[in-house]
Design a protein around this ligand. Structure first.
Ligand SMILES: Cc1ncc(COP(=O)(O)O)c(C=O)c1O
Length: 420
């Protein structure tokens, strides 16, 4: 197989995605915190398969659990003891999980949560903050073709996560908003106290609060952002890293809402698929036994300190935003060079220096000292090139011309415009 085959995932060019002029398009293998492309080039992988690779590719305990389970059965079409054991484990780890259901994708869990909130409140509108999967209820917030126009009035962006702003949104649509669904990793982050005030406001208006913990779950804290904030949302959605790369998601929440799930419909053929459930059990057991999250923070702190040190040395206006286990690069315009040119130049140079990223630094437990050293060397080499761009006042001659030509295109419709 050659790399010339069209990559089905990422055309047209988008931010936070494979860039066909910069990234390898086809992978051959993964191991620990590395990805090897089809040509055999080895990268320190900072995308971690969209955040699913929490422990490391081929992590022994998970691989063993998968092999053991697949020799027994893949799916029985009904619950079985390990299915219930995983539910118990999720209940122990996630503060707001009184009852648990499984799904396959994050999109399943979010769609289920929103449908349940609409069912229990008898309301149709939903406030959202962040990305919540590919289903119509959510994509009606964009100009993506193929979504019924009737849905568009049911989904409203909530830019500000403050009690006042959320109160204003509910007052603008009295008795019409079923829920607010939010990705707690969307900055700026309120404090736990402010978040509780937001929750109280939503409840005061008769709505539900849904946390979409796809990225934060088992990574920012074992129990997700709700653990850090010390709050309990009504419903929460988890996925991504829960099974270290196997497809499993979780819809969970307060008993009084979850028990009403049968009034509406939630379910799918593979809800009880046993191999992913075994993988999730092994993954979460390891998360709790080995202080996986603590290790991610320690690595992230070192990376952030080195990133800042190198950026200072080259006098560049850039920083790593977000929590240490899952950070993303941010740039400011500098001396006439647009921040997006600097952003893409940085990605290009990191990839050239053996670090695979679309702009995020998503760490896994298996990223080791050598990987961090390689990353730090790559950051130094990349920032030296960015310095040249700033000195020249242009990324011309440094950033791939096809990427430069596409920067405007990336900024607009290809990246489904939001109806803000
Ligand atoms: C915050 C958030 N919610 C929901 C989803 C959708 O999950 P999935 O792609 O597994 O359907 C994602 C995926 O990136 C996500 O980041």
């Amino acid at each position: 197989m050659t790399e010339t085959r069209e990559n089905p995932f990422s055309l047209p060019l988008r931010d936070y995605d494979i860039n066909p002029y910069i990234h390898p398009l086809v992978a051959r293998s993964g191991h620990a915190g590395h990805m090897r492309d089809i040509k055999g080039t080895d990268y320190v992988d900072l995308m971690s398969a969209w955040g699913t690779n929490l422990l490391g590719y081929g992590y022994r305990k998970v691989s063993k659990a998968v092999a053991r389970q697949s020799k027994k059965f893949n799916s029985l079409g009904m619950p079985y003891p390990q299915f219930h054991e995983l539910m118990d484990l999720v209940r122990q780890i996630v503060p707001g999980a009184e009852r648990v259901r499984f799904g396959k994708n994050g999109s399943d869990a979010c769609a289920g949560a929103v449908r349940l909130a609409r069912c229990v409140t008898g309301r149709e509108k939903v406030l959202y903050r962040g990305y919540h999967g590919f289903h119509d209820w959510y994509f009606a917030s964009t100009d993506c073709p193929g979504i019924p126009a009737a849905l568009k009035q049911t989904i409203l962006p909530q830019a500000e996560l403050t009690p006042m702003a959320v109160d204003a949104a509910f007052r603008k649509h009295p008795n019409a908003i079923a829920a607010i669904i939010l990705n707690p990793m969307t900055p700026p982050f309120p404090t736990g106290v402010e978040m509780q005030e937001v929750i109280d406001v939503v409840h005061g208006h008769g709505g539900l609060v849904i946390f979409d913990e796809m990225l934060s779950g088992f990574r920012i804290a074992p129990g997700g952002m709700q653990e850090l904030w010390k709050v309990k949302p009504d419903l929460s959605c988890f996925g991504k890293s829960i099974a270290n790369g196997l497809p499993l998601s979780v819809l969970c929440g307060k008993e009084r809402y979850m028990e009403r799930l049968p009034e509406t419909y939630y379910g799918m053929t593979f809800e009880g698929e046993a191999v992913s459930i075994a993988a999730a059990h092994a993954t979460l057991t390891e998360v709790m036994k080995r202080d996986v999250v603590g290790a991610l923070y320690r690595k992230g702190r070192l990376i952030r300190a080195e990133y800042n040190r190198i950026a200072d040395a080259y006098k560049l206006s850039t920083a790593l935003a977000g929590f240490e286990p899952c950070m993303s690069m941010e740039f400011r315009d500098q001396d006439g060079v647009h921040h997006r040119e600097l952003y893409w130049l940085m990605i290009q140079e990191l990839v050239r220096n053996g670090v695979f990223t679309f702009g995020a630094f998503i760490l896994c437990f298996s990223h080791g000292y050598r990987d961090l050293q390689k990353l730090i060397r790559a950051l130094d080499a990349a920032m030296a090139v960015l310095r040249q761009a700033v000195d020249r006042g242009t990324s011309g001659g440094l950033l791939d011309e096809r990427v430069r030509a596409a920067l405007d295109e990336v900024r607009s419709p290809a990246n489904w415009r939001r109806r803000e």
